[in-house]
Write a protein that binds this ligand. Structure first.
Ligand code: SF4
Length: 495
């Protein structure tokens, strides 16, 4: 192992190294909080976080200073550019450097806030403490009131995680890989328990501290944490047999009911992780199916109240026997389908087991998951838009949340026509195979799987990364990933 540490590195050089090193983390958005500036004394606000400088694959806005505290790391996750065994230039910011960079960039209107992640420097506790100090300084010394997203370091003392949570808007703990087996194989220094514990802590903290008044903070060392996983937590699993093995970890960890500590919050009352938490899974480095991945995401949403699960297409950076040979670039189309399915879980009332099954474990990458589901459930169509309930409307391809709401509202006063639906934003090119208006279809249509499939595949879909459908068609029988060599080359600009 060889770590190149350059002494006397300028802040600019550190910024170069540590912003580049942060680009692989996609669990970063500036949504979820709506807080105005702190009057005349505070700097910044998190209301206008929609101002974007960069867009990621699914259109999420990134207008944050996105950096690592350090890219030094004692861990050796096989997929990671910053792993201990890689010979890369290492750098570490001081808390003061991060604060002044954030403030300077904010004043120049380059950023809306800060996204701070880190390698593990010396120990998880040491790293978490440095991050906590940074956030405290930003909030209390620099009076920065903008958005801050901070990583919780797995294995760090819960007291440090909590302290950080009082200064951050959002926190995230990366699940990294969908199953415990994969984690053991590719991230041997991390355990599922060390990842789920801070997640649970943040969830409980948000519930327990909701609406609490400000109070005085005690020094870290005076505090104790009571968050302990029950000894028998592995034996408490009450998941149905149909639930995949790896979801059981998450269900079991949900049984932690104890408070995580007696620590008190900072003197300024910002709330505890007010914008909630998110996580990230790497897709394509290990053999899990889409069904496994969506089941894990669903369990995380239900049991940990996550705001977002991010899916990060595996990018081949390191040579290692336990990593897959990826000749076609990162599986971006698969990532895109997972994001679409994730949307269906969160906003459309779908369950993972409706979209996929053990006998059909992967999405058809050629078609969005909702169309794919509808084609497999033609017995439920067509639906009459003037009568169907809101959740049934949401299941119709071409009808989104807004258009379903508009339909429900508008039909109280009139019988809707196809022309009305078009004005409401319904994508008729997709919807016409699945709906009737006043008992009639728009055109005589065969309700037949192959016919509707071929018609839907003709509808040009807006895909990220300028993928074109003809390239996608070549993969028809493989349910596999596209050749993203060109996209791979650009990936840095999207993250
Ligand atoms: S903990 Fe793992 S993923 Fe994170 S920086 Fe270290 S080696 Fe990379």
């Amino acid at each position: 192992m060889s770590i190149i540490i350059q002494e006397d590195m300028t802040v600019q050089k550190k910024l170069e190294v540590l912003s580049d090193a942060a680009k692989y983390d996609v669990a970063c958005t500036s949504s979820g909080v709506d807080r105005s500036g702190g009057g005349s004394s505070g700097i910044g606000n998190s209301v206008a976080c929609g101002i974007c400088h960069t867009f990621s694959a699914d259109g999420r806005c990134i207008s944050l200073l996105k950096i690592l505290m350090t890219n030094e790391c004692i861990f050796d996750c096989k997929y990671c550019f910053n792993r201990a065994s890689n010979d890369v230039l290492r750098a570490t910011f001081t808390p003061e450097e991060i604060c002044s960079l954030t403030i300077e960039f904010y004043r120049r209107n380059y950023i809306e806030g800060l996204f701070l992640s880190s390698g593990v420097l010396k120990t998880p506790d040491h790293t978490m403490e440095l991050m906590c100090k940074t956030l405290r300084m930003l909030r209390e010394v620099y009076q920065f009131n903008g958005y801050i997203h901070c990583k919780a370091v797995p294995g760090a003392d819960p007291v440090l995680v909590e302290m950080t949570g009082w200064y951050a808007d959002r926190m995230s703990v990366n699940l990294e890989l969908p199953t415990a087996d994969s984690l053991r194989m590719l991230a041997p220094n991390k355990t599922r328990k060390n990842i789920l514990r801070p997640m649970k802590q943040i969830q409980i903290g948000r519930i327990e501290n909701k609406g609490k008044a400000a109070f005085n903070r005690l020094p870290f060392i005076e505090e104790e944490s009571a968050l302990v996983l029950p000894d028998n937590y592995k034996n408490n699993i009450a998941a149905p047999a149909s639930v995949l093995q790896d979801v059981q970890d998450i269900i079991a960890a949900d049984s932690i009911k104890s408070s995580f500590g007696v620590i008190k919050a900072p003197s300024i009352n910002r709330g505890f992780v007010p914008a909630g938490q998110s996580t990230q899974m790497i897709i394509g480095a290990t053999p899990e199916s889409d069904y496994q991945i969506m089941s894990v995401a669903e369990a995380l949403y239900q049991k940990f109240d996550l705001k977002r699960v991010f899916y990060s297409a595996y990018i081949s950076i390191n040579e290692d026997n336990s990593l897959p040979a990826v000749n076609q670039g990162p599986p971006l189309l698969r990532e895109h389908r997972l994001y679409q399915a994730d949307w269906l879980l969160r906003f459309y009332g779908f369950q993972a087991a409706e979209l996929l099954s053990e006998s059909r474990p992967n999405f058809n990458v050629l078609m969005d998951p909702k169309c794919n589901w509808a084609i497999g459930h033609l017995e439920q169509f067509p639906v009459e838009v003037n009568k169907a309930d809101y959740y049934t409307l949401l299941r119709v391809p071409g009808i989104g949340v807004k258009s379903a709401q508009r339909i429900v509202k508008a039909r109280k006063t009139a019988i809707l026509s196809f022309e009305d639906l078009k004005k409401m934003g319904v994508v008729l090119k997709r919807a016409i195979y699945f709906i009737t208006c006043a008992g009639r279809m728009m055109y005589p249509v065969k309700i037949e799987e192959n016919y509707i499939t071929s018609m839907l595949l003709r509808v040009k879909e807006k895909l990220p990364f300028d993928m074109d459908a003809s390239t996608a068609y070549k993969q028809l029988s493989l349910f596999d990933d596209m050749n993203f060599t060109a996209a791979n080359a650009q990936i840095g600009s999207f993250l």
